[in-house]
Design a protein around this ligand. Sequence first.
Ligand code: NAD
Ligand code: UDP
Length: 309
Amino acid sequence: MRTLITGGAGFVGSHLCDRFLAEGHEVICVDNFITGRPTNIQHLRNDPDFQIIVHDASEPLFVDGLIDNVLHFASPASPVDYVKSPIQTLKIGSLGTHVALGIAKAHGARFLLASTSEVYGDPVVHPQTEDYWGNVNPVGERSMYDEAKRFAEAMTMAYHREHGVNTHIVRIFNTYGPRMRLDDGRVLPNFVGQALRGEPLTVYGEGQQTRSFCYVTDLVDGIFRLLFSDYHLPVNIGNPSEITILQFADEILKHTGSKSTIVKRPLPPDDPKQRKPNIGLAQKLLGWEPKIDRQEGLKLTLDYFRTKV
Ligand code: NAD
Ligand code: UDP
């Protein structure tokens, strides 16, 4: 099989490249390195089954030969990154999704969209089930990301319904692991970097907001299963183990053995107060559930970050 992955040089995308190559696929990675890094795929450069196309995936792209699968993962994903590039974020979620769907249609390929728990916005339904329509501020400071992903889901369903493309939509909840950028601004790289440098950990607001963190290889396994399923509506993939951000800061201090203190910083606008996936659908449809708990996942992630600080 030949699999095209947009955003393949990013954090999640590079783990997907590894998994599909390990499954015997040829992999074409399309990336413009706006938030990803060449080092994430450096180990694949000499693999004859791996190809990189440096390209802005919001612009048309024509690829020769057969393509069996298209996975659209290109998009800034950290709030700091997408707030810095709002128009690029809207373009890759809208025009980029259109381009990626066009490639899948032209090649008769399976398609999978990387959507997000952010489509639920600041959710009033908790834990979040796939049938919840969300609570998103359409003009707020996170809207470039949330609305782009909501549009991307609508575009994906339109290609399925109008053109019969074999599409899939994964709603990814907060995921962590090796190859996150230490400076991407997300909570785990921030806390780990600060703890290892002996700087105070910056907790936004009172730290009572919750998140549920999934280790990256668990996510990749769920995505792999979903791509080869017959299901076309969105599916949550995440780890339901929920924790407040203040508790998470304490866990990072414990795991790193750091003597850093905790400081409070202003809460960014529209920061969701609670987030936890209901994964009943993924369990039933895909026989999937996460295998790596935070204890183990944080150890694996810290082993990586210790070599980077
Ligand atoms: P990332 O920033 O590490 O990776 C995104 C990749 O997309 C980068 O390599 C970047 O260079 C590339 N990219 C962005 N715009 C592009 C463009 N116009 N053309 C070509 N390449 C482009 O982020 P990530 O955490 O790996 O996220 C990957 C995908 O998963 C994103 O679509 C994101 O929305 C989704 N997602 C991730 C999480 C998470 O917790 N990591 C949660 C929800 C959804
Ligand atoms: N956060 C924090 N300190 C940081 C970075 C983030 O307290 O240095 C908080 C942020 O306000 C949010 C949570 O941690 O409530 C998760 O933030 P992240 O940017 O990782 O992702 P989000 O889930 O908001 O997309």
